[in-house]
Design a protein around this ligand. Structure first.
Ligand code: NDP
Length: 483
């Protein structure tokens, strides 16, 4: 059985413990590979390699660093099918989603930051004719990067690419639930000639390998994407060490539909924003809020479109809905559907494990896309992140009411709103507490804009210059101009 080793100092190495964890294919429930069970000794080795690589990498001409990252983007594209298949097997997502979204975007991340760094500006402030202040931005050293399982290569590359572009070196820990594409990325790094120690990948459990990265005294920068509870734990550990921390956390995003919106577009896009990747995208709109006059028709049409989704083997072309990532995630979704029943919800479709699945998938972690109505806006199911194929639909009467509903969670990651009234769109967008608001669309991503959440959805912003600034330390140099 394939064993996924750590990638440290340009070499594939066993974990210090010598032990490996089982890696399960979610569509079958079967162990199909094993992944290094690393601890603080592996993290220490990775930090040493990253520190040794830092002086040469951070002073390498920017154009050369850029070329290497472009080459990595090209390598990802050249291996598109192989990586997409690996991600589909590892994660349970439909292969066609990995081919069309996750892997191309991972290539784009490297290309985007490889070229963004060539345009990275420093500021200059003149004080009349007395003095000039310019800002030097230098890479902060070794960056610790911890990423989740839902979009494994995409979210890892979203952090690794800007860190490397600025001249930082990296110790990364992907989720142990989906380690395969990070392992394959390590192979591609070796193939393009990325210098040893520039990117180190340490696999293993969050509370062990991940926590060792967070508390390591010589990793001054931590970039984390994952759950809010883990984010709070990381913040607690990092704060007394004065680390620079970026936290991209959970969401409970409203999808707001006014009666004047284009009905066909709204159904099509709401199905996508509810159930893409089995609802396991932090940006999914898991709370649909519909203006009262359009509510009944919307619910009927939305349920019909949801029932038409094809659940099946992620590797087969017709499949729209694959498996959830793990047994734990399936249990969590089932728990929340039961809670919805207890909270008075009406399960309008789905709500259970599908009856018929292909032979190969009989023991996989599948759950039907589920639509729930008649819940109060402040019940737990409407406030807590489920992160699965479960949406609630709630009617609203007025603009004020929907803003109140939209903001009625601790989260503030993203929102979409659908209306043909542009003035209303601007008004409502301004009042929603979230890092992103999409108007008449969902998940359009311009990599130059600041990306992140507010409230319990995190602190800091990724993307564009924000990311390049995150991995660099500004130093103000003040020059007095002569008498
Ligand atoms: P987790 O918080 O469980 O894990 C994220 C990563 O952190 C994993 O690599 C995990 O390792 C690791 N980890 C766990 N515990 C610790 C610890 N104590 N110290 C350091 N690292 C640790 O999240 P999930 O993987 O379950 O991902 C789903 C969550 O991510 C959802 O809440 C989702 O909303 C959020 N997310 C946010 C996004 C955003 O951009 N805001 C984007 C995508 C997802 P291990 O896997 O071994 O536990």
């Amino acid at each position: 059985m394939k064993q996924l080793q750590n990638y440290i100092d340009g070499k594939f190495v066993d974990p210090a413990s010598g032990s490996y964890l089982d890696n399960i294919e979610p569509a079958t429930g079967q162990v199909y590979s094993q992944v290094a069970d690393s601890d603080e000794r592996d993290v220490e080795a990775a930090v040493q390699a990253a520190e040794q690589a830092f002086p040469a990498w951070s002073t390498m001409p920017t154009a050369e660093r850029s070329s290497l990252l472009l080459a990595l983007g090209d390598k990802i594209e050249a291996n598109l099918e192989r990586l997409a298949r690996a991600e589909s097997v590892d994660n349970g997502k439909p292969l066609k989603l990995a081919i069309s979204l996750d892997i191309p975007r991972a290539a784009t991340n490297f290309r985007f930051f490889a070229t963004a760094i060539l345009h990275f500006r420093s500021e200059l402030h003149t004080m009349d004719l007395d003095a000039l202040n310019y800002t030097l931005r230098r890479p902060r050293g070794v960056a610790g990067i911890i990423s989740p399982w839902n979009l494994p290569l995409y979210l890892l590359s979203w952090k690794v690419a800007p860190a490397l572009a600025t001249g930082c070196t990296v110790v990364a820990k992907p989720s142990e639930v989906t380690p395969m594409t990070a392992f394959l990325l390590s192979e591609l790094c070796a193939e393009v000639g990325l210098p040893p120690g520039v990117l180190n990948v340490v696999h293993g459990l969050g509370p062990k390998a991940g926590a060792a990265i967070v508390r390591h005294p010589r990793i001054p920068t931590i970039s984390f994407t994952g759950g809010t509870v883990t984010g709070a734990e990381i913040a607690r550990t990092a704060a007394p060490m004065f680390k620079k921390v970026g936290l991209e956390l959970g969401g409970k995003n409203p999808n707001i539909i006014f009666a004047d919106a284009d009905p066909d577009q709204v159904i099509r896009e709401s199905v996508r924003s509810s159930f893409a990747n089995q609802g396991q995208v932090c940006l999914c709109g898991s709370r649909i809020l519909v203006e009262e006059s359009a509510y009944a028709t919307f619910v009927d049409r939305f349920i019909e479109a949801t029932r038409a989704l094809n659940i099946g083997d992620p590797l087969e072309e017709p499949t729209d809905q694959g498996a959830l990532v793990s047994k734990a995630q399936l249990d969590k979704v089932q728990y929340y559907v039961q809670l919805a029943r207890e909270e008075g919800g009406n399960i309008r479709c789905g709500g259970s494990i599908p009856d018929s699945l292909p032979e190969r998938c009989q023991n996989g972690y599948f759950f039907q896309p589920t639509v729930i109505t008649d819940l109060s806006i402040d019940c737990r199911v409407n406030r807590e992140e489920i992160f699965g194929p479960v949406v609630t639909i709630t009617p609203f009467k007025t603009e004020d009411e929907v803003v109140e509903y939209a903001n009625a969670t601790d989260y503030g990651l993203a929102a979409s709103l659908w209306t043909r009234d542009l003035s209303r769109a601007h008004r409502v967008a301004e009042r929603i507490e979230s890092g992103t608001v999409w108007i008449n669309c969902w998940m359009i991503r311009d990599l130059r804009v600041p990306f992140g959440g507010t409230k319990s959805s995190g602190v800091g912003r990724e993307g564009g210059e924000e990311a390049l600034r995150f991995y660099t330390e500004p130093k103000n140099v003040c020059i007095k101009i002569g008498e």
